[in-house]
Design a protein around this ligand. Structure first.
Ligand SMILES: C[S@@+](CC[C@H](N)C(=O)[O-])C[C@H]1O[C@@H](n2cnc3c(N)ncnc32)[C@H](O)[C@@H]1O
Length: 233
């Protein structure tokens, strides 16, 4: 039986926005009730805070989500593009199974030195292979291992984002998990007034993934936007 006073049907089939707006108070609540940051990660975050580039660092709740996804999937071969001081690298490496290995690419030695120090402290450095180089040639050099990576995280420059996505997809095994950070790009992707190169590339990537029938996806509005992709079997 229909309810007595049904709401009139909307004249479009767009979903209504039910995503909660996270202001500073709600963000603090979210951190208080859901984030359990490991002491080593907290120490790395504190050390990184002294650098002007600190805003590049992954937010703790996103690092924790990465860590949880790794624990759920138990990947054996992981790949990361864009280490910075290593918050995501540590989150991945500390969560992966003891038999797993992680390849991490970062173009600046200074950042890798910091990351390596913390990876060492966490006892996982021997299972992480770092490349101090631009990511594109490294990814191309890994193509003889195409289809063997179980878990890939992309968090580097935006200029090469489309190429990173295509190469990562080749490197990923069917059923594997690919994550791309910053896919909401401070919200600028939805505002046509922003037509700078980086915003346009992120928009193009989002469109590409959406239209890519080789994968399933979810764009999660956490941090700066995190797209979770599974390569079809
Ligand atoms: C947003 S930060 C990564 C943040 C990091 N995932 C974390 O959890 O803190 C992006 C990093 O990518 C590096 N990067 C930029 N362009 C690159 C390239 N072409 N190849 C490799 N690394 C690059 C930058 O030096 C920077 O450290």
């Amino acid at each position: 039986m229909l309810p007595n006073f049904p709401k009139p049907l909307p004249d479009h089939d767009n979903p209504t926005n039910r995503t909660v707006k996270v202001d500073d108070r709600l963000y603090q609540y979210l951190i208080d009730v859901s984030v359990r940051e490991h002491d080593i990660l907290r120490a790395l975050r504190r050390e990184t805070a002294q650098y002007h580039m600190a805003r590049m660092q992954l937010a703790p709740e996103v690092g924790q989500l990465l860590s949880l996804l790794v624990k759920l999937q138990a990947p054996q071969k992981l790949l990361e593009i864009g280490v910075f001081t290593g918050y995501s690298t540590l989150s991945l490496a500390m969560a992966m199974p003891e038999s797993a290995t992680l390849v991490a690419i970062e173009k600046k030695q200074m950042w890798l030195d910091i990351a390596s120090r913390y990876l060492d402290e966490a006892g996982v450095l021997d299972r992480v292979t770092t490349y101090c180089d631009k990511a594109l040639p490294v990814l191309e050099s890994l193509l003889d291992e195409a289809g063997t990576f179980d878990f890939i995280f992309i968090d580097a420059d935006k200029k090469n984002l489309l190429a990173y996505y295509q190469l990562a997809k080749q490197l990923l095994r069917p059923g594997g998990c690919l994550l791309v950070d910053n896919t909401l790009w401070w919200g600028n992707v939805a505002d046509e007034a922003f037509d700078d190169k980086d915003t346009c590339v992120v928009r193009e990537l989002n469109k590409t993934i959406h239209q890519d029938m080789d994968v399933e996806l979810s764009l999660i509005p956490i941090g700066d936007g995190l797209t979770l992709v599974r390569k079809n079997l």
